[in-house]
Design a protein around this ligand. Structure first.
Ligand code: SF4
Length: 333
């Protein structure tokens, strides 16, 4: 494994058993995250991006999910999927921290911010309560909470939504995690606060040298934040590349559709573009390409074989039969 690789996810497959049948929510996803890198995982809701992050943290069983044999999630070369719940408790919060869309799901409404921060810091950093209190106040100041000594005594409901998300960021980063998973961290906030929170995440990740997996449905957010982007659809990876590759030269018809549906200030459009059709019902086995029903380039072969994630000459990857020739040529170079 290359030294700079922090997280390596290989052939991750997670499914849910429901009364109606089995849903393959994440179907053979592989990617790496390097130290200090921001990987944006984008796609419509239900595409498997949040299930991917819950699988990395081994939280999926709580939601009746199952990670299938053959899947692998390595943090600094250490396999996480075989670890016990007690071992994972030490990894969660300490080595991998998480920020959710709604801060109230992470904050306990009956405890003060002080109690929640100090307990987390004591548990993960193995320091005394006094030192943990100082660290907590320091982090509240860093995330822009005014009068942190006073606000730390408050309960979550006494803070605004934006302030609560700042507290969550402070808790997440105060234990110096190696990886931060931020799942739609700004979706519940209004636009000006969104920009402030993204700015804060960008600055603070450099301070603790953490990598970020940023999960979002919003291409504008990944354009702001990500170094690399993974596009997911119906549980599968359709395209992976640097931000420049994805925005300047998108290959997959789905990625092209996502980008075309972003409103543009420099054009007068009567109606915004939208990708026609619906995401396939994953309760029924999907033959061939998962995007076939909505793809304007679909041909007969697309219905019979599942496209691999092909490596292209510029090191981006795409799961589409249209690029087979280009991928073959680059393999022979
Ligand atoms: Fe479209 Fe076929 Fe490519 Fe799938 S493999 S995205 S159906 S062209």
């Amino acid at each position: 494994m290359e030294d700079n690789v922090l997280l390596q996810v290989s052939h991750l497959r997670t499914q849910f058993e429901t009364k109606e049948g089995i849903i393959p929510a994440v179907d053979d996803i592989s990617f790496t995250v390097e130290r200090g890198q921001v990987l944006g995982i984008v796609g419509e809701s239900g595409c498997g991006k949040s299930v991917t992050s819950m699988s990395i943290l081994k939280l999926i069983e709580k939601y009746n999910g199952r990670i299938l044999a053959g899947s692998s999630v390595k943090l600094e070369g250490r396999e996480l999927l075989g670890l016990s719940e007690a071992e994972m408790c030490n990894i969660r919060g300490r080595e991998i921290a998480m920020i959710f869309q709604d801060p109230m799901t992470s904050l306990n409404p009956v405890f003060t911010i002080e109690r929640q921060m100090v307990e987390t810091i004591v548990r993960h950093k193995k320091i005394g309560r006094k030192a943990a209190h100082s660290t907590a106040v320091e982090w509240l100041a860093k995330v822009g909470i005014p009068e942190p000594e006073k606000r730390i005594k408050e309960y979550p409901h006494q803070l605004s939504g934006g302030m609560r998300q700042r507290v969550i960021i402070a808790i997440a980063l105060s234990c110096d995690p190696k990886l931060l998973i931020a799942d739609e961290p700004t979706t519940a906030l209004d636009v000006t606060i969104q920009a402030q929170i993204l700015d804060l995440l960008r600055k603070l990740k450099d301070e603790v040298n953490a990598a970020i997996i940023l999960i979002t449905h919003d291409m504008g957010v990944v354009a702001e934040m990500a170094d690399h982007i993974l596009v997911m659809y119906a549980g599968r990876a359709l395209e992976y590349g640097t931000k420049q590759q994805i925005f300047r030269n998108p290959r997959h018809p789905y990625t092209k559709g996502l980008l075309a549906s972003i409103p543009r200030m420099d054009r007068q459009e009567e109606r915004l573009f939208s990708i026609e059709g619906n995401v396939p019902n994953l309760l029924k086995p999907v033959e061939g390409c998962v995007f076939r029903e909505r793809c304007g380039y679909a041909r007969e072969a697309c219905g019979s074989c599942r496209p691999e994630l092909l490596s292209l000459p510029d090191e981006s990857r795409v799961s589409c039969l249209l690029y087979e020739k280009e991928a073959k040529e680059s393999a022979h170079e």
